[in-house]
Design a protein around this ligand. Sequence first.
Ligand SMILES: O=C(O)CCC(=O)C(=O)O
Ligand SMILES: [Fe+2]
Length: 538
Amino acid sequence: EVFTALADLEDLLNTEAVLIHSLENYIRAEEVKIDLLKSYADIYNKQHNKATEDVESYVANPLNAYTLVKRMTTDWQEVESLILTDVSKDYMANITYAKENMKFPTDEDLNGAAAAVIRLQDTYRLDTASLARGELNGVKYSSELTAADCFELGRQSYNNGDFYHTLLWMREADDRLNREYNKTVEKSEILEYLAFSSYKEGNINLALDLTNKLLEMVPTHARALGNKAYYEEEIQRGSYKKKGDDETDDVVENEGVNILRFDPDRERYEALCRGELKLPEDAAAKLKCRYETNNNPYLRIGPFKIEQAHANPDLFIFHDVMSDEEIKTIKSLATPKFRRATVQNSVTGQLEVAQYRISKSAWLEDFEHEHVAAVNRRVEDMTGLTVSTAEQLQVVNYGIGGHYEPHFDFSRKDEKNSFKSLGTGNRIATVLFYMSDVEQGGATVFPVIGAALWPKKGTAAFWYNLFPSGDGDRLTRHAACPVLAGSKWDLRPLLTLYGTLLVEEWRSSWTDQKNHHYCFPVSSLSVSLVNVELPANQ
Ligand SMILES: O=C(O)CCC(=O)C(=O)O
Ligand SMILES: [Fe+2]
């Protein structure tokens, strides 16, 4: 499928260019055909008119008699065969070629792309009308949606059994349709979806009203007639129970799956994604930053600029640790290798695709380019951990609404096959390079501790997943928020080997970080390192 990564959507534009070109060629071929037919008609008309001016003398002329007969036999056959000539063949051949040899979206892609819009709408609390105007959080990015575009979002929600969003999008489709000069969808179709979803959402009277409205437009509509009778009967019997009447808690049964209506963990996660939860001021004021060489004299990029984004557990941001050239190389090496990212099923141990992780990823090895090797070396310099047993470098690209729901990067003891294929131990630490700025959304958030890291091109996030004892730190639970606008590129080596825990050393010589933003002023040449005593970790 193609909706999972923006890199693939760029390929779709190439396919679309071929489609448009073929369509234009086809239209031209049809026009040539019509022009030819018009010129035949013209000639026939002229000769016919001439003949009717004086019928008798016209037919008395043997040449005229001959041409009249010829016109209506061989000439006319030519016209007929021209009419029957199928100029669509070339067009269809081009389309078939494009479908077989170029990236082409499927129905599954449409469903995925629609689900992504709905996910963004929920996570970022976007109102339907603004979204339909092409606005994301007040910023206008794209052209407006037509009534038919909104209708399709409603239809996709309906197919997913999501009647709440069906109603939102069908109402929007109806609003837009009323204002549309060239109508893009039938009102009766909208009414049918609105009626049935209203019933499903517990409003049977509205469902009946809407069905009656539909029947005014299409009196013979068979399904509507059936539904009307059913709704009327239910209302009369008074047996219809409003949704929610008999629900005592927040759990609803949906196709056998318990869905938590109100999930505090989820609320926190989404609030962090929206940037609504900030670290308490006193906690933020205690955060530090520092220049660090980790005693490595060969650091060609100069000392690392390390910013502490959270304490206990420590989260760090390394500034300017990847150059634009390296990023360019790594993106172009990864793009042809992209596959939908998989997750390990904790019960079966199998790798599988899942809705909760939507992105494309590819793996790179040192020999593929010096820039890959350079980044791997830099990870060792940054962390003091060795990457020799790290998995390869993983490049990840998140597309429309691409996200990774809250998870741990370490594996729990009860999980099957964890890291078996790697022949290594558990993941000590996570390093996550951001290879792009993200216009909106796409933060890395830690719902348990209430921290959010915002992607910035060339920076890297770093934290330990394990305590020195080897036990996992459950406070490191984190997620990649859905990308709202832009494209998000990550690069992550997964560190699995033991190394010196540098953080303790860093802690002994922190620089006071009075204000996050001015921690590393762009033009500062000399920075005094102030040693501050810090309480020991845990
Ligand atoms: O991309 C992010 O912000 C987080 C990604 C992540 O958690 C992971 O890849 O394990
Ligand atoms: Fe992760």
